[in-house]
Ligand binder design. Structure first.
Ligand SMILES: Cc1ncc(COP(=O)(O)O)c(C=O)c1O
Length: 394
């Protein structure tokens, strides 16, 4: 057993909060099917609706506009598949006239990128907007791409790898003026910064419970009243027919509890984690030469720090940190056995080599000042050693 375990991978997932865990354990007794009319069903149904209220409050929207899904991936797929239905005729072919163009960005999560790529194979036109060196979407490119055939614009609110936050309100205004539907994947933003879907002016917003100290496998899609939606999963009448399947009422209850906590704590979360993140960043800058901080300097998630360490390889840094009890992640994803550099880092102009030497530290509740100092003290010699080894090897 390692003496210590410092988890700084909260953008990957969060542990269940004690309060969430306790509420879920208590709810294990609630066995009814939330669609049944008898007392057991009514009790389960009441719990589902309480959670819907809590999630609605977190997003500043009426609870009736919240649809429970299995998570962020499903919510995003539902939006893209809805667009597929809107842009296709009864024979399934893309309509020759009308709105069949989609716009998204080069830095989205794979569940958006791959949904967009899939629609492309069906004949939809898809534009992937470029971002600047900080990961901010280029609004000029958006303006140039928008036209009377644009069906959907999907821009993530905050990036999972580098934390850059987009001006979704401004983007929504441009999109709505062009008569298109506006979606934002707010999975990484919710709980870390205030998010009000009505104020943002979006038609669809995606979120996921396991990023806000709730359980895995449950999430939500906000659908503004009047925005079209087709179910991804056909079946019973759950969620007004928009998402079939017996309610995961224990997951939903945990999600609701996590949402209630997030409403109360979001400001403190940003403040306290921002201080710790800056301490980590400044410690690295002071102690390790030639590093590059990735992401926007100001419009960035308070808990996220993405650093490139030239001359050191990401997986080696990660393993060395893990051996000393620090759990972070690389900026690069391991795709089908081959190490692909992060598409996000490439999009902000970080070269493939540097992208391979990048680490994401994402902080969360429970990380202490002392742990941040331990991370700095541990990473400084790791980078020095790896750099010395790579110099020897070359
Ligand atoms: C930005 C973003 N969107 C979507 C997802 C997918 O969410 P889920 O794991 O709930 O499917 C993630 C998870 O990593 C994410 O970071």
């Amino acid at each position: 057993m390692l003496e210590r375990q410092i988890y700084v991978d909260y953008n990957a997932t969060t542990p269940l909060r004690d309060e969430v865990k306790a509420a879920m354990i208590a709810d294990l007794e609630v066995y009814g099917n939330a669609s049944s009319l008898h007392a057991a069903g009514r009790l389960a149904h009441a719990r589902v609706e309480e959670a819907r209220n809590a999630v609605g409050t977190l997003l500043g929207v009426p609870p009736r506009d919240i649809i429970f899904t299995s998570g962020g991936s499903e919510s995003n797929n539902t939006v893209f598949q809805t667009m597929r239905r809107l842009g296709s005729g009864p024979d399934g072919r893309v309509l020759p006239e009308g709105r069949t163009e989609l716009i998204t960005t080069a830095i989205e999560h794979p569940c958006v990128l791959n949904s967009a790529e899939f629609l492309k194979t069906l004949g939809f036109k898809v534009s992937f907007l470029p971002v600047d060196e900080y990961g901010t979407v280029k609004l000029d490119a958006l303006k140039a791409a928008l036209n009377e055939r644009t069906l959907l614009v999907s821009v993530m609110m905050a990036n999972n790898e580098i934390g850059t936050i987009q001006d979704i309100k401004e983007i929504s205004q441009l999109v709505k003026a062009a008569g298109a539907w506006m979606h934002t994947d707010a999975v990484q933003a919710v709980g870390k910064i205030p998010v009000n879907a009505v104020d943002l002016g979006v038609d669809y917003l995606t979120m996921s419970a396991h990023k806000i100290y709730g359980p895995k496998g449950i999430g939500a899609l906000y659908v503004r009243k009047g925005a079209p939606l087709f179910p991804l999963i056909q079946g019973g009448h759950q969620e007004d027919g928009f998402r079939a399947g017996t309610y995961n009422n224990i997951g939903i209850l945990g999600f609701g509890k996590a949402a209630t906590l997030a409403v109360k704590e979001v400001d403190r979360y940003g403040r306290e984690l921002g201080v710790l993140r800056n301490r980590l960043r400044d410690g690295f800058i002071e102690r390790i030469p030639h590093i590059k901080i990735n992401g926007h300097p100001v419009d960035v998630l308070p808990n996220t720090l993405n650093v490139s360490f030239p001359g050191a390889e990401g997986e080696a840094i990660l393993l060395s940190m893990d051996m000393q009890g620090i759990e972070a992640s690389t900026g690069s994803a391991c795709a089908s056995g081959s190490l692909e550099p992060s598409h996000v880092l490439l999009a902000i102009g970080v070269g493939p080599e540097l992208a391979h030497g990048s680490i994401r530290f994402s902080l969360g509740w429970g990380v202490t000042t002392e742990e941040v100092d331990y991370i700095i003290e541990t990473v400084v010699p790791i980078i020095a050693r790896l750099r010395a080894m790579s110099t020897l090897a070359s």
